[in-house]
Design a protein around this ligand. Structure first.
Ligand SMILES: NC(=O)c1ccc[n+]([C@@H]2O[C@H](COP(=O)([O-])OP(=O)(O)OC[C@H]3O[C@@H](n4cnc5c(N)ncnc54)[C@H](O)[C@@H]3O)[C@@H](O)[C@H]2O)c1
Length: 296
């Protein structure tokens, strides 16, 4: 997609951080924008700072299928058909898997994975039916490649968002709907304060909130990339229909190191001819799907 002007975008987690940066960048391109967020007050503040007639705020918990469908209906009735979707809302929980409860799992997967699934389920059929193309960006993280003990559930969700996005990209390419996965490193945002939006219904924690650690995290995020820079790089990647959006240059060597370790663990040897015949065909199809999705 080269031209954004006149289209409508729907951005989850749009009241702050990367989502708000995307809203600013899209408005500057002449896009009508719905920012959807769980925090009503933050939405109001965001709308004031944006100070633009072409943007609306919608209260939405992305973990709710019903709320998602309602927010989509409202966005489209007020701004027109959505053809740019940013499944960006996310929270983090800095603890290991062995310290986690079912409520911890339900909260983090509910927002970071099901939030994306709900966005896809709500909007993809609408976008396909209209036949006007479009683009979907799902915000994962470098944590969709690099797993540590902390944050275990977050890693699980972000790896899944990457897989979902790649698969979706191939099925939507024939409909001229691009799909990208945004994989930022450190960004200057409020994600360290995620506990503020944890629902009471999922309050059983594996681990109490560590206020001192959170203060430390706030300082770390101050050194993060500006959301406006992430947004500018994201729009550039949409124009080029790239699958991976890597705004941060500092992970290249680490990715190579990790991929090299994977390949080093890979066994050498021959496979039976019948299996190879199947894999050869599958591999060729996968190659063609990647090329077709890039428009090559
Ligand atoms: N900040 C980073 O360093 C970083 C790095 C990699 C990836 N990310 C990802 O970027 C995305 C955006 O996060 P951010 O860094 O801008 O953080 P942020 O906290 O500044 O913004 C996220 C927004 O999502 C909203 N939100 C939280 N739960 C929600 C829910 N259930 N429904 C709707 N909205 C909800 C919050 O209210 C907030 O406004 C997330 O998916 C996050 O995982 C962030």
């Amino acid at each position: 997609m080269k031209d954004f002007a006149g289209r409508t975008a729907f951005i989850t987690g749009g009241a702050n951080g990367i989502g708000l940066g995307l809203a600013r960048a899209l408005l500057a391109e002449g896009v009508k924008v719905a920012i959807a967020d769980i925090r009503q007050e933050a939405l109001e503040t965001a709308l004031e700072t944006l100070d633009n007639q072409e943007v609306i705020g919608l209260r939405l918990d992305v973990a709710s299928r019903k709320e998602f469908a309602d927010a989509a209906d409202e966005a489209e009735s007020r701004l027109g058909p959505v053809s740019l979707l940013f499944n960006n809302a996310g929270i983090n929980l800095f603890q290991t898997i062995d310290e986690s409860t079912y409520d911890d799992w339900d909260w983090v997967l509910g927002v970071n994975l099901h939030g994306v699934i709900n966005g896809v389920q709500t909007f993809v059929s609408r976008m396909k039916d209209r036949g006007e193309g479009g683009h979907i960006v799902n915000t994962a993280s470098m944590s969709s490649f690099l797993a540590g003990p902390v944050p275990g559930i977050y890693n699980t969700a972000k790896f899944a968002v990457r897989g979902l996005s790649e698969s979706l990209r191939y099925s939507l390419a024939p409909h001229r709907i691009g799909v990208s996965v945004l994989c930022p490193g450190l960004v200057k945002s409020h994600i360290y304060a995620s506990d503020d939006v944890r629902p009471e219904a999922l309050a059983a924690r594996g681990k109490p909130v560590d206020a001192a650690f959170n203060t430390q995290l706030a300082k770390v995020h101050e050194a993060g990339m500006e959301p406006d820079e992430v947004a500018a790089k994201t729009l550039e990647a949409i124009r080029e229909n790239k699958f991976y959006i890597f705004p941060h240059p500092e992970f290249r060597d680490e990715l190579r190191e990790v991929f090299d370790e994977i390949i080093a663990d890979y066994p050498k040897g021959d496979a039976p001819v019948e299996r190879l015949a199947f894999e050869r065909g599958r591999r060729e199809n996968y190659r063609k799907a990647r090329a077709a999705a890039r428009g090559k």
